[in-house]
Design a protein around this ligand. Structure first.
Ligand SMILES: *[C@@H]1O[C@H](CO)[C@@H](O)[C@H](O)[C@H]1NC(C)=O
Ligand SMILES: *[C@@H]1O[C@H](CO)[C@@H](O)[C@H](O)[C@H]1NC(C)=O
Ligand SMILES: *[C@@H]1O[C@H](CO)[C@@H](O)[C@H](O)[C@H]1NC(C)=O
Ligand SMILES: *[C@@H]1O[C@H](CO)[C@@H](O)[C@H](O)[C@H]1NC(C)=O
Ligand SMILES: *[C@@H]1O[C@H](CO)[C@@H](O)[C@H](O)[C@H]1NC(C)=O
Ligand SMILES: *[C@@H]1O[C@H](CO)[C@@H](O)[C@H](O)[C@H]1NC(C)=O
Ligand SMILES: *[C@@H]1O[C@H](CO)[C@@H](O)[C@H](O)[C@H]1NC(C)=O
Ligand SMILES: [Fe+2]
Length: 446
């Protein structure tokens, strides 16, 4: 009897355990890393998320007043990490069409079989150039020591911003620990990026495996109405009275991935600037603002090009010997108003500068200046901490190494306001600038 009982017990145990092994086949289909980006026009919004197992359905349910009465489907693509574990992730992209400009929408993403995300909301982009565009701008925010994160999450959820510009370098690094750092970073910015578009450019910390994590996980708008992939390196979009151009400085420093990318990008930017300067376009979007990672000018003292060459010379004047594909002259020629950079873990505001010469406006440095204004804002916070400053350059207007980020309001065609928030000083505004322009276009000497 005892023996029979034990045999029965073993048989039952066997059945239970083999069933539980089957049930426990690892399958986790919950959406994570949810984030938004702008599409090509105000009627679109792109929702991107990740599942860690193969989920074939990509669905967004959305509507006004938390109704979720609309449903859009999209595509899933496989991201294969190149680390030792060769981890796979499933990237879901859905384009929401026919949004009403300025309308608030509630949404969740996922699918019926494997789970839905929490409920989020966003406001569709307005379809005119007659409203105040409010952005937060920063670079160099890591997974660890992301000092500005909580403040940015809170400000975003309180509705202070319409969008984010992340000027390269994130997670430190996305590929670390077999891409788990990227997952953790994308999960922590979800409390920002699921509510407002998170528009990016690549930094040197994204370079691993030919920028594959960065290219796979974001969905920036390409010129061909597709999202993500190569478009994440360089693209442009309009918001209100602003035309934003985002591009890669890293093509110039990781030549092993292909020299032709420098040429392609340069020609694309030149075309884009030409288009943006057509009178009918510049009338609607008078402000042209660029974002890219490594600055043309900087005054930090940390053994990089800031110290030796006043800034990243390839980006400013072009590649050595051939003296081509530099941006300073091109940007002056097409009347770029403002240029955001990062990479240095600090904040620096410059006087209007061209070819290492200051061109203040006659009624005030930033009133109709005769050169673009540069801002280096890379102090959001990462494990590499601060970069110290050296002596100010003749074009340095303000230096500060507190952790923090930039807020920018573009009021109308003539008035742009920008300020620097110090997280170290409890959110205090430590610098501000009004850039005032009665006209936009090429500068006098080009
Ligand atoms: C935006 O406005 C333009 C012109 O006023 C119009 O042609 C276009 O259809 C509008 N787009 C949306 C999404 O409402
Ligand atoms: C997804 O589709 C593939 C190819 O059709 C199929 O092999 C796989 O079983 C599907 N996965 C799920 C979770 O439905
Ligand atoms: C999904 O794929 C289809 C067909 O390949 C394409 O037309 C559509 O634009 C894709 N959608 C997204 C969101 O990429
Ligand atoms: C790197 O990726 C780009 C596209 O993003 C591609 O054109 C290039 O050939 C790749 N380089 C290498 C070495 O794989
Ligand atoms: C910059 O200034 C130097 C002299 O200081 C001059 O030789 C050079 O041609 C200028 N470059 C441009 C692009 O204007
Ligand atoms: C530009 O303007 C600022 C602020 O008025 C001033 O401090 C600086 O000296 C000016 N630089 C030049 C070269 O005029
Ligand atoms: C533009 O905005 C500024 C700041 O709000 C305001 O002072 C100015 O009057 C506005 N200009 C126009 C033409 O609306
Ligand atoms: Fe960097």
């Amino acid at each position: 009897m005892v023996l029979l009982n034990s045999v029965l017990f073993l048989i039952v145990l066997h059945i239970v355990s083999s069933k539980s092994i089957k049930d426990n086949e690892p399958f986790f289909g919950q959406p994570e890393q949810i984030h938004l980006s702008y599409g090509h026009d105000p009627s679109l919004m792109i929702v991107t998320w990740v599942t860690l197992n193969e989920v074939n359905d990509s669905v967004v349910e959305y509507g006004q007043l938390d109704m979720l009465d609309k449903r859009s489907t999209g595509n899933v693509s496989i991201f294969q990490d190149s680390g030792s574990e060769q981890r796979r992730e499933y990237i879901h992209r859905v384009v929401l069409h026919n949004l009403i400009p300025g309308q608030k929408y509630f949404y969740h993403c996922g699918c019926d079989d494997y789970g839905w995300s929490p409920l989020f909301w966003f406001t569709a982009m307005r379809n005119d150039s007659d409203f105040v565009v409010r952005m937060a701008v920063y670079g160099d925010m890591g997974k660890d020591n992301a000092q500005s994160m909580a403040r940015l999450q809170e400000e975003t959820q309180l509705g202070h911003f319409d969008l984010i510009l992340h000027v390269g370098d994130m997670a430190y690094d996305m590929n670390s620990d077999n891409a788990r750092y990227g997952d953790q970073y994308m999960n922590s910015i979800e409390s920002i990026a699921a509510y407002i578009p998170y528009m990016t450019c690549p930094g040197n910390h994204e370079n691993a495996y030919n920028f594959s994590q960065y290219v796979a996980k974001f969905s920036m708008p390409s010129s061909y109405n597709t999202y993500g992939g190569d478009a994440n390196h360089f693209y442009s979009f309009n918001v209100g009275p602003v035309h934003v151009i985002s591009f890669s400085t890293e093509f110039y420093y990781y030549l092993q991935y292909g020299f032709e990318q420098i040429i392609n990008q340069y020609h694309w930017i030149e075309q884009d600037l030409k288009e943006a300067n057509k009178p009918e376009n510049r009338a609607k979007q008078p402000w042209i603002i660029t974002m890219a990672h490594k600055p043309m000018y900087c005054s930090n003292n940390n053994d990089d090009e800031c110290l030796f060459a006043n800034g990243y010379i390839f980006i400013r004047v072009g590649l050595p010997f051939i003296q081509a594909f530099g941006f300073e002259q091109l940007f002056a020629q097409y009347g770029v108003d403002l240029e955001f950079w990062a990479h240095e873990h600090s904040y620096e505001r410059l006087w209007p500068v061209y070819n290492m010469t200051v061109y203040n406006g006659t009624k005030g440095a930033y009133i109709d200046p005769d050169a673009p204004v540069h801002i280096v804002t890379g102090s959001a916070g990462c494990n590499e901490r601060h970069d110290p400053f050296g002596v100010p350059r003749p074009w340095t207007a303000f230096q500060n190494s507190d952790y923090g980020y930039t807020r920018m309001n573009v009021y109308n065609s003539s008035h742009l306001y920008l300020e620097q928030v110090s997280d170290d000083q409890g959110g205090k505004v430590i610098d501000s600038m009004w850039l005032i322009k009665s006209k936009h276009g090429p500068y006098s000497y080009v």
